[in-house]
Write a protein that binds this ligand. Structure first.
Ligand code: CA
Length: 219
């Protein structure tokens, strides 16, 4: 998932970008409205309202005029009137500084769920890893990774919401089908195969008591 961070203050932008990248997101950061409008279209925009060159509302309005990209407005202004204006011009959510990173992540996930699934034809990029469902192809640093069909389905599922935890039950139902009665150990065997082929166990992280999530690139 690609996130565009529009924020002029380094002290806010730097930890934000680092945190999102740790969650496996691909982040582009720009410091102004014109740069935001010129950037490649992301899957989500985090938009600061007070920008040096343009009003944040105007940036949101222009982004919304040409695409349905989800927009979360991030601002120090907390007045109710701003919240209303922000939502009226087409922002999907509104977050007031200072906010916790966990809260931001929860909002991002909620907005992505509400705005519907990502276009499945678009490859998912997580750092050097590219999962292309349409071509059923995985590349790492541009090199094709030879996964079995089940390994591919499992990785594609995790990549469909990079960083989110998927339960074992969910994985079994969606990769093996609801009528799978075999041992859940099967998932571990396939996870081990994916980790080995990607060359780092960190790509598929175990979430204790839940299941698995797609991790980020090795540090
Ligand atoms: Ca600002």
């Amino acid at each position: 998932m690609r996130v565009l961070v529009v924020e002029d203050e380094d002290a806010i932008a730097t930890p934000l970008v680092e945190g999102l990248e740790r969650e496996g997101m691909e982040v582009e950061r720009v410091a102004g409205g014109h740069a935001a409008l010129a950037a490649r279209e992301p899957d989500l925009v985090l938009l600061d309202l007070r920008l040096p060159d343009m009003d944040g509302y105007e940036v949101a309005r222009r982004l919304r005029a040409r695409s349905a990209v989800p927009i979360i407005i991030v601002s120090a202004r907390g007045e109710e009137v701003d919240r209303v204006v922000g939502l009226e011009i087409g922002a999907d959510d509104y977050l007031v500084k200072p906010f916790g990173f966990r809260e931001l992540l929860a909002r991002i996930r909620a907005v992505m769920r509400r705005t519907g699934p990502r276009d499945p034809r678009r490859p998912v990029e997580v750092g050097p890893l590219v999962v292309d469902e349409r071509a059923r192809r995985v590349t790492l640093d541009g090199e094709e990774v030879g996964l079995t069909p089940r390994e591919f389905d499992l990785l594609a599922l995790l990549a469909s919401d990079a960083g989110a935890a998927f339960s074992r039950r969910d994985i079994l139902e969606r990769v093996w089908g609801a009528r799978w009665f075999g041992p859940t150990k099967t998932i571990d065997v396939h996870v081990a195969g994916i980790r080995r082929k990607l060359g780092d166990p960190g790509w598929v992280e175990a979430v204790r008591g839940v299941g698995f999530r797609l991790g980020g690139p090795p540090a």
